[in-house]
Design a protein around this ligand. Structure first.
Ligand SMILES: Cc1cc2nc3c(=O)[nH]c(=O)nc-3n(C[C@H](O)[C@H](O)[C@H](O)COP(=O)(O)OP(=O)(O)OC[C@H]3O[C@@H](n4cnc5c(N)ncnc54)[C@H](O)[C@@H]3O)c2cc1C
Ligand code: FES
Length: 509
């Protein structure tokens, strides 16, 4: 068994458990439209909503159910305080760019706030101050530098010695008037407006290929085509690389979340530690009026988490010791993509693609980044000027920092490409207990084995179909995860997250 005491056995996010999303049928014919939005998370739905409001004919497709990707597994703080970033951005990109970045995120937050009000969306919207705090002497100077950056950039905030939350802290930088919400309730509201304006939605419709001629065509796995003037790839990882080499320019990082039953009234505020391992804290009001504390943290590169259930256990221990909370109602985890310079890629997929757009690399701050992406892409499609176009351009110059990170990430890939092939695991298939997975040796070769709760054995070839690295078992989520570029596969080998497009080869036990 891969499941320790006290944790819900199967992961489920509070957001998906507490809302019902309308269902849509799969596409079963060819279509023509002005814009195809591929991917129904915050980025895709917001872009579809904005374009439809401008009278553009939009088709929105998703390979699975809508709102079942990273957006359903977030912690949903809506803030321009992306951890510690502004001092770093001033140093690497200059004050002007750092200020532009802040403004893009604050505008996205203001847009969501105004939309919630305008569309009258009931989504647990609450305004809170956001804190990055520390209880470690060595982090205090970093927090003070970040506050200096706030002052330079005109960000409303303060440096404080204590925080309202009852955890040990010796200093914090606070950004005023930020927010949190229930992301799926909010996006349900946008979706309603989109469909009422005639927007078409298709679920279980995977985009499998993309023809980028003068007018692009999206081909679906079921054999249909959608011809359009523009395509937005809002698939988290761009499903079609379009020679943008996104797999070599970003890496995927997973984080873990617990939904804990609160014992005390929550003092307000959203919190994240300055130091690793991160601890991210907010509250959420449940339908019955009771309060949930949402605690996140424990990030690691996808496929490199070793025994992933341990990360939930670490959070469980922190909840018990620091927050005195032990009743876990939900647990979930997810990953996000991080670029070399920590800024997202939003815009034309490459300089030679006028009509194919991507939006990715949100660094676990996609509530504002995804919204900023939708606002920017809407402007690009409507041929309107947008002052963030250059800042976020996927074709932007490769700064020294970006190149350094690129070399590091790709050296890491080389290490796993070679090292993974030599690791055959320590178990044999017969030794697996119910609900246990492991790398095994099968017919002399490396294979992935999972025995389900009824004792049925599933075997896959562990060679990742993207570029040949060896996938590793993720016992927290029961999936096969690739340590090179973050692709994930189900126990039957189906692709759960890209860049891989093809399933793992099934082996017959
Ligand atoms: C643990 C965690 C906590 C986070 N907390 C915060 C937070 O507090 N605040 C914040 O701002 N951000 C946070 N983030 C980041 C944020 O959740 C993400 O950046 C954001 O949700 C990404 O949204 P998206 O729409 O780009 O992608 P997704 O929500 O993943 O949507 C992509 C969609 O594309 C579909 N798709 C993929 N491939 C195809 C294909 N080929 N054809 C058709 N459809 C396809 C998928 O099914 C999916 O529905 C967090 C991230 C993590 C991992
Ligand atoms: S995701 Fe690139 S090799 Fe697996």
């Amino acid at each position: 068994m891969d499941n320790p005491t006290g944790l819900p056995q199967f992961p489920e996010s509070y957001w998906t458990a507490s809302t019902e999303i309308p269902t849509f049928s799969a596409l079963d014919r060819d279509l023509q439209t002005e814009v195809v939005v591929v991917g129904g998370g915050i980025t895709g739905i917001t872009a579809a909503y904005l374009l439809a409001r401008e009278g553009v004919k939009v088709v929105l497709i998703d390979g699975g159910r809508l709102l079942n990707g990273t957006t359903a597994h977030t912690t949903a703080k809506v803030t321009a305080q992306h951890d510690l970033i502004y001092d770093e951005l001033i140093r690497s990109e200059g004050e002007e760019q750092a200020k532009l970045f802040y403004q893009s995120q604050q505008e996205a937050l203001d847009f969501v706030r105004a939309t919630v009000e305008q569309e009258n969306i009931s989504c647990g919207w609450e305004n809170h101050d956001a804190y990055v705090y520390t209880n470690t002497e060595s982090q205090v100077s970093k927090l003070k530098d970040e506050y200096e950056a706030y002052v330079k950039l005109g960000i409303p905030g303060a440096y404080v010695d204590d925080i309202p939350l009852d955890v040990a802290a010796i200093g914090a930088v606070v950004m005023n008037h930020q927010a949190q919400f229930h992301p799926l309730e909010y996006l349900k509201g946008l979706l309603k407006d989109f469909t009422e304006r005639g927007g078409q939605v298709f679920e279980e419709t995977t985009a499998s290929d993309l023809d980028h001629d003068e007018t692009p065509t999206v081909f679906t796995a079921s054999g249909n085509r959608i011809d359009a003037k523009y395509v937005i790839q809002a698939t988290h990882f761009p499903y079609h690389d379009s020679l943008g080499f996104y797999f070599a320019r970003m890496h995927a990082e997973r984080s873990y979340v617990l939904g804990l039953k609160a014992k005390q009234p929550y003092p307000g505020g959203m919190y994240i530690t300055a130091e690793e391992p991160k601890r991210s804290i907010r509250n959420a009001r449940q339908a019955d009026g009771s309060e949930l504390i949402i605690l996140g943290g424990q990030s690691h590169k996808t496929g490199q988490g070793i025994c992933t259930i341990n990360h939930y256990e670490e959070l469980q221990m922190y909840a018990k010791n620091a927050l005195e909370l032990d009743e876990i109602a939900y647990r979930w985890s997810a990953q996000d993509l991080i670029t070399g310079d920590k800024l997202p890629y939003i815009g034309r997929a490459t300089a030679s693609h006028d009509n194919i757009f991507v939006a990715t690399g949100f660094r676990k701050w996609g509530m504002t980044n995804g919204t900023a992406a939708a606002l920017l892409l809407t402007d690009l499609i409507l041929d309107r000027a947008n002052r963030y176009e250059e800042l976020f351009s996927p074709s932007r110059g490769t700064s020294g920092k970006m190149l350094g990170s690129l070399i590091k990430d790709n050296a890491d890939v080389a290490k796993h490409l070679i090292g993974g092939k030599l690791d055959f695991g320590s178990k044999r298939a017969e030794e697996l207990s119910p609900d246990e997975g492991s790398v095994i040796r099968f017919n002399g070769k490396r294979a992935g084995a999972y025995r389900d709760e009824e004792g049925k054995l599933y075997l896959v070839d562990t060679t990742c179909t993207h570029m040949g690295c060896e996938v590793e078992w993720n016992n927290g989520e029961r999936s096969w995860d690739c340590p090179c570029h973050g692709s994930r596969f189900s126990i039957t080998g189906e692709v759960m997250e890209g860049p891989a497009e093809k399933p793992l080869k099934r082996l017959t036990p």
